[in-house]
Ligand binder design. Structure first.
Ligand code: DAK
Length: 256
C-alpha cells in the first residue's frame, strides 16, 4: 500500500490504496511507519516527496475501520497514526507533499507533516471530522494552527468545510498550485534544488526552523488524543460513521 522509489538523491513515497481513495487503515499506517524508518536510515537520500496514487492524495483515516471502535481501540488506532506521522515529520531530510487530489481528514493531517506542500489544481483540503462525530485525531488540531492563522484553522476544523487548491494557496496551506500533469515535475524540481545543496547544512537548517514549531507539540498531540478518544462510543459518532459506510443520510446530531 506504500510504494517507494528512488530518483537520484530524491525518494518518492506513494500511498497506494486507490480503491478506497488511499484511506489510511491500520495496515497502511504500519507500512508508512516502516518505510519512514528505512528512509531515515538511508544515507543517500536528501529529500522526500510524498503523494497519492489515483485521484486522491489521502481521503482520510479509514472510516469503515474506525466505525465500531471502542474508546480504547480508538486510542490505539490514534497511536498507530501518531507513530507513522511522527516518523515522517521527524525525518531529518526535507519532505515535500505533492497533493494530487483529496486531502481530507487524516489526509490533510498527513500533508501537514511535510515541510513544503504544493498542490494540483484538482486538490481539495479539509478537516471534515466534526461532521463524523469526532475531532481531528492525527494532529490536525495542532499542526494546522501552527501552519495557518488561528481563525483560519478554527474555521476549517469547526465548519468541516472542504477548500479547493486556490483557497489553500491563499491561506498559506500550500505554496504553489500547478496543473495536475505538472505536479510531480514541479515537486521533483523543488526536491532537486534542495538536493543540490550541502546535505548537513540543509538538515541543520530544517532542524533550526522547526524549533518553535515543535515547542510543546508532543504534549499538545497527547491532549488532542484524549479529547479525540472522548468522542468515541457516542451516539453521534456511531450514527455519522454508519451513515457514511452504509451510504445513508445522516440524521441531525443530538450531542449524545
Ligand atoms: N475511509 C474509508 N473508505 C473511504 C474513505 C475513507 N475516509 N473515503 C473514501 N472511501 C471509499 C468509499 O467508501 C468508496 O468505497 P466503495 O464504496 O467503492 O467500496 C471509495 O473509497 C470511493 O469513494 P467515493 O465513491 O465516495 O468517491 P467520490 O469521488 O464519490 O467521493 C470523497 C470522494 C472524498 C468526497 C468521499 O469519498 C468522501 O467524502 N470520503 C470521506 C472523506 C472524509 O470524511 N474523510 C475524513 C475521514 S475522518 C484518529 C485519528 C485520526 C482520525 C480519526 C481517528 N484517532 C486518534 C483514532 C482521522 C479521521 C478522518 O480522517
Amino acid at each position: 500500500m506504500i510504494l517507494f522509489e528512488k530518483k537520484g538523491f530524491v525518494g518518492v513515497l506513494t500511498i497506494s490504496r486507490p480503491e478506497a481513495l488511499n484511506a489510511l487503515n491500520s495496515a497502511t499506517l504500519d507500512e508508512l511507519y516502516a518505510r519512514c524508518e528505512e528512509i531515515k536510515n538511508d544515507p543517500e537520500l536528501r529529500c522526500l516527496i510524498i503523494t497519492g496514487a489515483g485521484k486522491a492524495f489521502v481521503a482520510g483515516a479509514d472510516i469503515a475501520e474506525m466505525r465500531g471502535l471502542t474508546k480504547a481501540e480508538g486510542y490505539e488506532f490514534g497511536m498507530r497514526g501518531h507513530r507513522a506521522f511522527s516518523a515522517l515529520e521527524n525525518l531529518e531530510i526535507p519532505v515535500i507533499a505533492a497533493v494530487n487530489g483529496y486531502a481530507l481528514g487524516g489526509g490533510c493531517e498527513l500533508a501537514l507533516c511535510a515541510d513544503i506542500r504544493i498542490a494540483s489544481e484538482r486538490a481539495k483540503f479539509g478537516q471534515p471530522e466534526v461532521g463524523l462525530g469526532i475531532t481531528p485525531g492525527f494532529g490536525g488540531t495542532q499542526r494546522l494552527v501552527r501552519t495557518v492563522n488561528r481563525a483560519v484553522a478554527m474555521g476549517m476544523i469547526l465548519t468541516g468545510k472542504v477548500i479547493n487548491a486556490e483557497k489553500a494557496l491563499e491561506i498559506g496551506l500550500v505554496t504553489k498550485v500547478v496543473p495536475g500533469e505538472q505536479l510531480m515535475d514541479e515537486a521533483m524540481a523543488i526536491a532537486n534544488a534542495i538536493a543540490q545543496n550541502a546535505p548537513i547544512a540543509v538538515r541543520n537548517a530544517k532542524k533550526a526552523m522547526r524549533r518553535r514549531y515543535l515547542d510543546a507539540l508532543d504534549a499538545d498531540l497527547e491532549a488532542e488524543a484524549k479529547l479525540f478518544g472522548d468522542c468515541f462510543e457516542t451516539e453521534d459518532q456511531q450514527m455519522a460513521m454508519t451513515a457514511f459506510v452504509e451510504k445513508t443520510e445522516k440524521k441531525p446530531f443530538t450531542g449524545k
